[in-house]
Ligand binder design. Structure first.
Ligand SMILES: NC(=O)c1ccc[n+]([C@@H]2O[C@H](COP(=O)([O-])OP(=O)(O)OC[C@H]3O[C@@H](n4cnc5c(N)ncnc54)[C@H](O)[C@@H]3O)[C@@H](O)[C@H]2O)c1
Length: 381
């Protein structure tokens, strides 16, 4: 089956490479000719590196690259069995592209979007046969990240859903199915990792270095929240939080933090600007954490409780199954354990008690315990 990809930026290029590696003929289109050329050159360099490393033979690398055609118009997509869009995150622009695409492709071509934050249902409504529309959310870099969230719109035909899931699984991915809800699984459930860490910092309980240390050393997370926000970019991470906050009708659980907003305003974006929560200038000394174990454990417990609560609520609202919620967090953001399995390990009663204590202290909706936690004595995963 020929795979069409629209947009040859970071995500589109990765998806094209992934599909070509899975033996598909791929057509890659971008409205900007130089973005297409850029994508081709980047792939050449990457493939040369992978050949050097012994991942592919020269011949295999050539074959993979040879399967991608860089095309100058959507008209070239007429023989595609599926088209995945990865252009600018703008509902109006995406909708226009989908309407144009629908007039070119055959009636049974699946039309998909890689959007991170737009409603799949509203995108599906931009074409006349909305039943063939679906969300396929890859993570960056698409060829390497194991997780793919597949999001049916309310209009999506069940056959289209099943075909999409098995196609993406055949590309070696861990596929999870998600209801069309803002942030899907990962970008929703991960919010407290940043939000609660920021809250602890804003209240002056601990500094970024100590919070990062606690999450890594005691929690087993690969990166601490502040390191990770600096890595993602404080502008980008703030924008995702704000978009989830707005999309959930200003639910206090997702409230963005002024500490991060100010950093973004100052241009302290993180690694990419040389300064964020930390200073990345050459020779700059990294602040030392307070490595008191009991204190660190309190920090870890508070953030973890909030993560578990978010995962439990995601289950409670039927957004995904317990299994998929845990798979999403371990494969999409490399959490050391699935959050629901972690809750089982800690003991649900203890989790509920911890959340109720936070609620008693703050009386904020943000700390209210999910009904799923009160109802269940153990998550079936
Ligand atoms: N970057 C990520 O980590 C990430 C992860 C998952 C999903 N996404 C989503 O993937 C999509 C693309 O993100 P990206 O980071 O690859 O962006 P990007 O800016 O790297 O690339 C977007 C490309 O789309 C092209 N484009 C813009 N308008 C177009 C049009 N009308 N027709 C054809 N091409 C057009 C641009 O020229 C550009 O090359 C967005 O919807 C984003 O939300 C991004």
């Amino acid at each position: 089956m020929t795979v069409g990809v629209i947009g040859s930026g970071t995500m589109g290029s990765g998806i094209a490479q992934l599909a070509a590696t899975a033996n598909h003929e791929v057509k890659l289109f971008d409205a900007n000719q130089s973005a297409l050329e850029n994508s081709k050159q980047k792939l050449e360099k990457l493939m040369a590196r992978l050949v050097e490393k012994g991942k592919y033979s020269e011949e295999e690398a050539k074959e993979i690259q040879g399967r991608i055609s860089y095309v100058g118009s959507l008209d070239d997509f007429s023989d595609c069995g599926i088209v995945i869009e990865a252009i600018i995150e703008d509902l109006g622009i995406k909708s226009k592209v989908f309407a144009e695409l629908e007039s070119v492709v055959s009636g049974d071509c699946i039309i998909a979007s890689n959007t991170s934050s737009l409603s799949i249902t509203s995108l599906a409504a931009s074409i006349s046969d909305s039943n063939r529309f679906i969300g396929i959310h890859f993570f960056n870099p698409a060829p390497l990240m194991k997780l793919v969230e597949v999001i049916p719109a309310i209009q999506t035909d069940s056959k289209v859903l099943e075909e999409t899931k098995s196609l993406i699984a055949s590309w070696g991915k861990v596929v999870v199915q998600v209801k069309d809800t803002p942030g899907f699984i990962v970008n929703k459930v991960a919010r407290p990792f940043y939000g609660e860490a920021l809250r602890i910092y804003e209240e002056g309980i601990a500094d970024p270095a100590t919070i990062d240390w606690a999450m890594k050393e005691l929690g087993g997370f690969r990166m601490g929240p502040f390191e990770l926000m600096d890595f993602i970019g404080n502008d980008v991470n703030y924008a995702v939080t704000e978009s989830v906050f707005k999309a959930f009708y200003y639910d206090g659980r997702y409230k963005p933090a002024f500490a991060q907003k100010r950093l973004a305003e100052a241009g302290y974006l993180g690694r990419k600007s040389g300064r964020g929560y930390y200073n990345y200038a050459e020779g700059a000394e990294m602040p030392k954490p307070n490595t008191d174990k009991a204190f660190g454990q309190k920090i870890l417990d508070r953030i973890l409780l909030m993560l578990i609560n978010e995962a439990a609520d995601t289950l409670h609202l039927g957004i995904a199954t317990a299994k998929d919620i845990d798979l999403a967090m371990t494969n999409g953001v490399n959490y050391p354990k699935g959050l629901l399995a972690w809750a089982n390990e800690i003991g649900i009663e203890k989790v509920v008690k911890g959340l109720d204590e936070l609620f008693d202290e703050y009386h904020e909706e943000r700390y209210r315990c999910s009904p799923a936690l009160r109802k269940l004595s153990k998550f079936e995963i």
